[in-house]
Design a protein around this ligand. Structure first.
Ligand code: GRF
Length: 216
């Protein structure tokens, strides 16, 4: 089967990008990372892409009268490279309905909370302040509303009594690096089927048991 030609959009350090690059390095991974696009020239993720021999493009969001003008360039760039699927990996621009609809169900995002809890920024500090027992991360199909859309994979991370936003972020990030490649694989294998606001995963059953925090 041909590998799904995937682009990763970034704005920063690109550790999630790295997890996708590493996963796609396996001969049997069903997607290939064909392009990395950043809106910022200084994003360290661009360096990761270059080291891996992946094409890079910088599409600046600055100097456009309207958000759609930036997105039109982004869209043209993706199409010029023959891209079939897009992963947002720490891409810090909100996308309009125009772009999201053009890439509907071919555009996924990683977010560092258990959505629909804590969309937006500062998710770990907000989870701690709210006293939740679990933090986590989510990969979802993108819709026009921020950090919303059918959920593909989540990982739950128990919160410790001595956690800070940074310590929790570090443990959640490790899980991000596991679930993003998993979600991309499920999409590329056409096993993540959008069904209304939800996603059905073909050929997978949920793990048995539960995670309780505190344990007793
Ligand atoms: C991650 O926490 C991701 O969930 C969020 O932005 C951060 C990006 O980190 N959307 P990195 O650039 O992938 O290291």
């Amino acid at each position: 089967m041909a590998r799904l030609k995937t682009a990763v959009l970034i704005s920063g350090r690109g550790s999630n990008l790295q997890s996708l690059i590493d996963a796609a390095g396996a001969a049997n991974f069903p997607a290939t990372i064909a392009l990395v696009v950043s809106n910022l020239a200084e994003a360290f993720g661009l360096e990761r892409a270059r080291r891996a021999g992946i094409a890079t493009e910088i599409v600046s969001h600055r100097g456009h009268a309207r958000r759609e003008d930036f997105e039109r360039l982004l869209d043209e760039c993706l199409r010029a490279h023959g891209i079939e699927f897009v992963c947002l990996a720490g891409f810090m621009r909100l996308l309009t309905a125009w772009f999201v609809e053009r890439w509907r169900d071919r555009l996924i995002n990683i977010h560092p909370s258990l959505l629909p809890a804590f969309p937006g920024l500062d998710t770990h500090a907000r989870a701690l302040a709210a006293g939740t027992r679990f933090g986590g991360c989510t990969v979802h199909f993108v819709r026009a509303e921020m950090d919303a859309g059918p959920i593909i994979v989540q990982a739950a991370v128990p919160i410790r009594s001595d956690d800070t936003a940074d310590s929790l972020a570090a443990r959640v990030l490790e899980e991000e690096h596991r679930i993003f490649p998993l979600a991309l694989r499920l999409c590329a294998e056409k096993r993540a089927v959008v069904d209304g606001n939800a996603v059905r995963i073909l050929g997978a059953t949920a793990p048995t048991g539960s995670l309780i925090n505190p344990p007793g």
